[in-house]
Design a protein around this ligand. Structure first.
Ligand code: ATP
Length: 187
Protein backbone atom coordinates (compact mmCIF):
# COMPACT_ATOMS: atom_id res chain seq x y z
CA UNK A 1 0.00 0.00 0.00
CA UNK A 2 1.26 3.45 -0.90
CA UNK A 3 -0.06 6.88 0.02
CA UNK A 4 -0.66 9.85 -2.26
CA UNK A 5 -0.44 13.42 -0.98
CA UNK A 6 -1.93 15.88 -3.44
CA UNK A 7 -1.69 19.64 -3.52
CA UNK A 8 -0.33 22.66 -5.34
CA UNK A 9 3.02 22.63 -3.49
CA UNK A 10 3.60 26.20 -4.63
CA UNK A 11 6.14 25.80 -3.06
CA UNK A 12 6.55 22.68 -0.90
CA UNK A 13 7.37 23.68 2.70
CA UNK A 14 8.26 22.05 6.03
CA UNK A 15 4.56 21.69 6.97
CA UNK A 16 4.00 19.40 3.96
CA UNK A 17 7.19 17.44 4.59
CA UNK A 18 6.62 16.85 8.31
CA UNK A 19 3.00 15.82 7.64
CA UNK A 20 4.02 13.40 4.86
CA UNK A 21 6.75 11.82 6.97
CA UNK A 22 4.53 11.36 10.04
CA UNK A 23 1.50 10.12 8.08
CA UNK A 24 3.67 7.72 6.09
CA UNK A 25 5.13 6.40 9.32
CA UNK A 26 1.67 5.98 10.91
CA UNK A 27 0.42 4.10 7.83
CA UNK A 28 3.70 2.23 7.35
CA UNK A 29 3.56 3.40 3.75
CA UNK A 30 5.66 5.23 1.22
CA UNK A 31 4.23 8.62 0.31
CA UNK A 32 4.12 10.02 -3.21
CA UNK A 33 3.66 13.77 -3.47
CA UNK A 34 1.14 14.43 -6.23
CA UNK A 35 1.53 17.97 -7.56
CA UNK A 36 -1.60 19.22 -9.31
CA UNK A 37 -1.24 20.68 -12.77
CA UNK A 38 -4.11 22.97 -11.92
CA UNK A 39 -5.78 22.75 -8.52
CA UNK A 40 -9.58 22.95 -9.08
CA UNK A 41 -10.06 25.30 -6.12
CA UNK A 42 -7.07 27.51 -6.98
CA UNK A 43 -7.35 28.00 -10.72
CA UNK A 44 -4.94 30.56 -12.17
CA UNK A 45 -3.53 31.26 -8.70
CA UNK A 46 -0.31 29.24 -9.12
CA UNK A 47 2.94 31.23 -8.92
CA UNK A 48 5.33 28.58 -10.28
CA UNK A 49 4.76 26.32 -13.29
CA UNK A 50 3.67 22.70 -12.71
CA UNK A 51 7.14 21.42 -13.68
CA UNK A 52 8.85 23.94 -11.36
CA UNK A 53 6.60 22.82 -8.48
CA UNK A 54 7.50 19.19 -9.22
CA UNK A 55 11.23 20.03 -9.41
CA UNK A 56 11.06 21.73 -6.01
CA UNK A 57 9.43 18.58 -4.65
CA UNK A 58 12.27 16.47 -6.13
CA UNK A 59 14.79 18.68 -4.31
CA UNK A 60 12.79 18.60 -1.07
CA UNK A 61 12.54 14.80 -0.82
CA UNK A 62 16.07 13.95 -2.01
CA UNK A 63 17.63 11.32 0.21
CA UNK A 64 14.41 10.21 1.92
CA UNK A 65 13.47 6.69 0.76
CA UNK A 66 9.96 7.07 2.20
CA UNK A 67 9.03 9.94 -0.12
CA UNK A 68 8.59 10.16 -3.92
CA UNK A 69 7.09 12.52 -6.51
CA UNK A 70 4.23 11.32 -8.74
CA UNK A 71 3.98 13.45 -11.91
CA UNK A 72 0.87 11.85 -13.41
CA UNK A 73 -1.34 14.94 -13.05
CA UNK A 74 1.13 16.93 -15.14
CA UNK A 75 0.11 14.82 -18.14
CA UNK A 76 -3.64 14.67 -17.46
CA UNK A 77 -6.26 17.23 -18.55
CA UNK A 78 -6.98 20.20 -16.28
CA UNK A 79 -8.41 20.83 -13.77
CA UNK A 80 -6.68 18.07 -11.77
CA UNK A 81 -9.64 16.13 -10.39
CA UNK A 82 -8.48 13.49 -7.89
CA UNK A 83 -10.94 10.77 -8.98
CA UNK A 84 -9.73 11.18 -12.55
CA UNK A 85 -6.12 10.89 -11.34
CA UNK A 86 -6.89 7.77 -9.28
CA UNK A 87 -8.53 6.12 -12.30
CA UNK A 88 -5.48 6.91 -14.43
CA UNK A 89 -3.21 5.43 -11.75
CA UNK A 90 -5.39 2.30 -11.52
CA UNK A 91 -4.99 1.85 -15.25
CA UNK A 92 -1.22 2.33 -15.09
CA UNK A 93 -0.71 0.22 -11.95
CA UNK A 94 -3.52 -2.35 -11.79
CA UNK A 95 -4.00 -3.94 -8.38
CA UNK A 96 -2.24 -1.14 -6.46
CA UNK A 97 -4.40 0.21 -3.61
CA UNK A 98 -3.67 3.77 -2.53
CA UNK A 99 -4.33 5.87 0.54
CA UNK A 100 -5.11 9.50 -0.17
CA UNK A 101 -3.71 11.93 2.41
CA UNK A 102 -5.61 15.14 2.99
CA UNK A 103 -4.98 18.00 5.38
CA UNK A 104 -8.06 19.09 7.27
CA UNK A 105 -8.56 22.24 5.20
CA UNK A 106 -8.44 20.26 1.96
CA UNK A 107 -10.76 17.61 3.43
CA UNK A 108 -13.29 20.32 4.27
CA UNK A 109 -13.75 20.79 0.51
CA UNK A 110 -14.68 17.12 -0.03
CA UNK A 111 -18.44 17.78 -0.49
CA UNK A 112 -17.57 19.97 -3.49
CA UNK A 113 -15.21 17.46 -5.14
CA UNK A 114 -15.84 16.16 -8.64
CA UNK A 115 -17.48 12.70 -8.34
CA UNK A 116 -16.67 12.42 -4.62
CA UNK A 117 -18.97 9.39 -4.27
CA UNK A 118 -16.57 7.38 -6.42
CA UNK A 119 -13.65 8.17 -4.10
CA UNK A 120 -13.94 5.36 -1.48
CA UNK A 121 -13.80 2.70 -4.20
CA UNK A 122 -10.63 4.23 -5.60
CA UNK A 123 -8.63 5.00 -2.44
CA UNK A 124 -8.70 5.07 1.37
CA UNK A 125 -9.05 8.69 2.43
CA UNK A 126 -6.82 9.57 5.40
CA UNK A 127 -7.09 12.99 7.05
CA UNK A 128 -4.83 14.85 9.47
CA UNK A 129 -5.30 18.08 11.37
CA UNK A 130 -3.61 21.28 10.31
CA UNK A 131 -3.11 24.30 12.58
CA UNK A 132 -6.36 26.26 12.31
CA UNK A 133 -8.29 23.33 10.82
CA UNK A 134 -9.59 20.27 12.68
CA UNK A 135 -10.47 17.18 10.61
CA UNK A 136 -14.04 17.47 9.27
CA UNK A 137 -16.52 14.60 9.13
CA UNK A 138 -17.30 13.11 5.75
CA UNK A 139 -18.46 9.64 4.78
CA UNK A 140 -15.48 9.18 2.46
CA UNK A 141 -12.94 9.61 5.32
CA UNK A 142 -11.53 6.27 6.49
CA UNK A 143 -9.10 7.32 9.16
CA UNK A 144 -7.60 10.30 10.97
CA UNK A 145 -3.86 10.33 11.76
CA UNK A 146 -1.90 12.70 13.96
CA UNK A 147 0.97 14.73 12.53
CA UNK A 148 3.14 17.46 14.07
CA UNK A 149 1.42 20.84 13.88
CA UNK A 150 3.54 23.24 11.86
CA UNK A 151 1.82 26.51 11.10
CA UNK A 152 3.36 27.29 7.71
CA UNK A 153 1.57 27.71 4.38
CA UNK A 154 2.73 28.18 0.81
CA UNK A 155 0.89 31.52 0.88
CA UNK A 156 3.15 32.62 3.75
CA UNK A 157 6.26 31.53 1.82
CA UNK A 158 5.17 33.43 -1.32
CA UNK A 159 4.37 36.55 0.73
CA UNK A 160 7.72 36.48 2.46
CA UNK A 161 9.58 36.12 -0.85
CA UNK A 162 7.58 39.01 -2.31
CA UNK A 163 8.54 41.13 0.69
CA UNK A 164 12.20 40.05 0.32
CA UNK A 165 12.05 38.42 3.77
CA UNK A 166 13.82 35.19 4.73
CA UNK A 167 12.26 31.78 4.12
CA UNK A 168 15.23 29.92 5.59
CA UNK A 169 14.10 26.93 7.72
CA UNK A 170 10.55 27.23 6.33
CA UNK A 171 11.51 25.32 3.17
CA UNK A 172 14.48 22.98 2.57
CA UNK A 173 17.68 24.83 1.61
CA UNK A 174 17.64 23.39 -1.90
CA UNK A 175 14.12 24.72 -2.44
CA UNK A 176 15.09 28.13 -1.08
CA UNK A 177 18.05 28.22 -3.49
CA UNK A 178 15.84 27.14 -6.42
CA UNK A 179 13.33 29.92 -5.67
CA UNK A 180 16.11 32.52 -5.44
CA UNK A 181 17.93 31.33 -8.59
CA UNK A 182 14.75 31.54 -10.69
CA UNK A 183 13.35 34.64 -9.08
CA UNK A 184 10.07 32.87 -8.27
CA UNK A 185 7.27 34.60 -6.35
CA UNK A 186 8.81 38.06 -6.60
CA UNK A 187 6.11 39.29 -9.02
P1 ATP B 1 -1.54 27.74 -0.12
O1 ATP B 1 -1.07 28.55 1.04
O2 ATP B 1 -0.97 28.17 -1.44
O3 ATP B 1 -3.03 27.55 -0.15
P2 ATP B 1 -0.82 25.26 1.26
O4 ATP B 1 0.36 25.57 2.11
O5 ATP B 1 -2.16 25.17 1.91
O6 ATP B 1 -0.89 26.26 0.03
P3 ATP B 1 -1.26 23.04 -0.54
O7 ATP B 1 -0.31 22.66 -1.60
O8 ATP B 1 -2.52 23.68 -0.92
O9 ATP B 1 -0.44 23.93 0.52
O10 ATP B 1 -1.54 21.81 0.41
C1 ATP B 1 -1.49 20.49 0.00
C2 ATP B 1 -1.91 19.64 1.16
O11 ATP B 1 -1.02 19.86 2.26
C3 ATP B 1 -3.31 19.93 1.69
O12 ATP B 1 -3.93 18.69 2.00
C4 ATP B 1 -3.06 20.74 2.94
O13 ATP B 1 -4.06 20.54 3.91
C5 ATP B 1 -1.75 20.16 3.43
N1 ATP B 1 -0.95 21.13 4.19
C6 ATP B 1 -0.45 22.28 3.75
N2 ATP B 1 0.25 22.91 4.71
C7 ATP B 1 0.20 22.13 5.80
C8 ATP B 1 0.73 22.23 7.14
N3 ATP B 1 1.43 23.30 7.54
N4 ATP B 1 0.47 21.22 8.00
C9 ATP B 1 -0.25 20.16 7.60
N5 ATP B 1 -0.78 20.00 6.36
C10 ATP B 1 -0.55 20.97 5.48
Amino acid sequence: MEALFGGSFDPVHVGHLAAAEAAGEALDARVRFLPAREQPFKRAAHGATPEQRAEMLDLAIAGNPRLAVERIELTLPTPSYTVRTLRALAEREPGNRFSLLLGADAAADLPAWYQVDALPDLADVIVFARPGAAPPRHRAIRRVVTVPAIDVSATLIRERVRQARSIRYLVPDAVREYIAARGLYRE
